[in-house]
Design a protein around this ligand. Sequence first.
Ligand SMILES: Nc1ncnc2c1ncn2[C@@H]1O[C@H](COP(=O)(O)OP(=O)(O)OP(=O)(O)O)[C@@H](O)[C@H]1O
Ligand SMILES: [Mg+2]
Length: 602
Amino acid sequence: MPILRIYYRVIALLAPEKALAIMLAIANLSLAGVSFLEPWLFGHVVDALAGKSHKDAWNFIGWWAVVGFAGVAASVWVSLYADRLAHRRRLAAIAQFFEHSIGLPLSFHGQHHTGRLLRIMHIGSSNLFSLWLGFFRDHLTTVLSILVMVPIALHMNWKLALLMIILMVSFAVSNAIAMRRTHKAQGEVEQLHHQISERVGDVFGNVMVVQSFSRISAEVAEIKQMVRRVLTAQYPVLRGWAWLSVANRAASTLTIVAIFALGTQLNGNGEVSVGTIVSFVGFATMLIGRMEQFAGFISTLFFQTHSLSDFFAVLDTPAVLQQEPGAADLPQQVRGEVVFDDVSFKYEVSHPALKHLSFRVPAGGTAAIVGPTGAGKTTALSLLYRAYDPSAGRITIDGIDIRSVSLQSLREHIAVVFQDPGLFYRSIADNLRIGKPDATDEELQAAAEAADAHNFIIVKPDGYATLVAERGRSLSGGERQRLSIARAMLKDAPILILDEATSALDNATEARIQRALNRLTKNRTTFVIAHRLSTVRNADIILVLKDGELVEQGRYDELIAMGGLFAELDGQGKFVADAEDSEDADLSGESGETKEREPAES
Ligand SMILES: Nc1ncnc2c1ncn2[C@@H]1O[C@H](COP(=O)(O)OP(=O)(O)OP(=O)(O)O)[C@@H](O)[C@H]1O
Ligand SMILES: [Mg+2]
């Protein structure tokens, strides 16, 4: 994105408070005007006094006082409101960035590490902040002063003024050259910074692995190596801009000397008086100061463009999974008949994950999905709540294409127990309330009891208020799964997806939960990826996936009779007998009940 376009977009973000922003800009310009008026009034007072016209002098002094106080009032107002406005818009930009990016498709998040996104958000918004403040305080006045001062200089003496114009052109050309030469390199620097943030974020997120594999020194060495790469890329850019500022300075000095030299010559010819030379030099110094200020602004903007364009690139990423304009909601009373009609899907980076899937699950029925690991079971179900859209084919609920209804209403009707239960860095209660924000404490407890989670929660230091560590790290695998089940139970949606929901539980715990799950799945369309014989045996339809293809479908007896892949899996004992809820297990309490187990069908 070209630098001016970025600047334009930065200023355009002030649009929601346009009136205030314009008033601030005008107030600032008037302040710049005051700084011109004061010397002018001063001159007139002196002239009036010299001409013994005391009345005029008082007049001008009166005006001077008015102008002076107006200036003070304006500057107080500007400094109060400009800062507040910039802070407000900065936080609004953060909120806007957050809102937009969490709605972006999972494919976007697959390509953008959270470390990178966080950096883009923070650096981008601070750059916005500093540019807005600069806009109110300096940029406009600087540009306007230059625009006003050049004609005045030309009016004073065009030959001397020409030297100033040459200086301006040289500033512009050298800035343009520096920018062109270093733009790409600065982009690489920015990318390297992103990589450091990704790496650091990733290591923090996996600190247990890092420590247990004694990777601390290796990870530190890697970061240091990356830091060295940043510096290697950054130095040439800094060198370029250092040379530029030296060149600018030298050109300014040369210009002043040249003005004196030309002035001397013109004075020799009798074209200008000494007074003119002196006042012109005074004026030129002011103008050069402004030009240097402008060059400084361009260089700041240059160093911020990449992070700003990354910020805007995220905001510009379209939510591909857009709902159709004015999409209606799914009817409140969903029966829950689900049909996959020739559905194919491919993750951007891999071979086709699903090929021509067609099946129908009757309303209120249970579909068991089985198949080897990596067959596409999780992927197939993620299409149902539109984590992704199929590349071909369509999915309907009660005959309605899920792409034609609002995302919000679709997802309200589906509760998922994920294979990898994502938990938030919030209290246990807040984690459960993800399923139902307005759940009462009693509802929370009832769901936790059904998912056999209540007992382990109440022995935690703060009970339901206990903070869960990032990614649920402070809980055992089985505890995480039980919170995830309770959360889905609370949601009470007509369609339920259970993806290896009980794979990390021991027999006794699983048996206890199974009863609650059986109650839950009654009259609810349920998709279950499971390893229990009873689950597959009782399912209304078993879908057998292999390499993304639906190789068999039918009821248990039919598939066994067919003697295909399912019969083979069954014959290999891939489906385990029902868990038993023994007295012993009940007495054994929490310890040891959450041993991790490989999903049986993998
Ligand atoms: N986010 C992703 N991006 C790219 N490829 C993916 C992604 N998620 C899964 N895959 C790939 O898609 C294929 C199907 O994965 P999926 O998770 O659906 O398998 P699964 O049948 O649920 O396996 P498991 O029994 O191990 O859970 C695999 O080859 C996997 O590597
Ligand atoms: Mg899976």
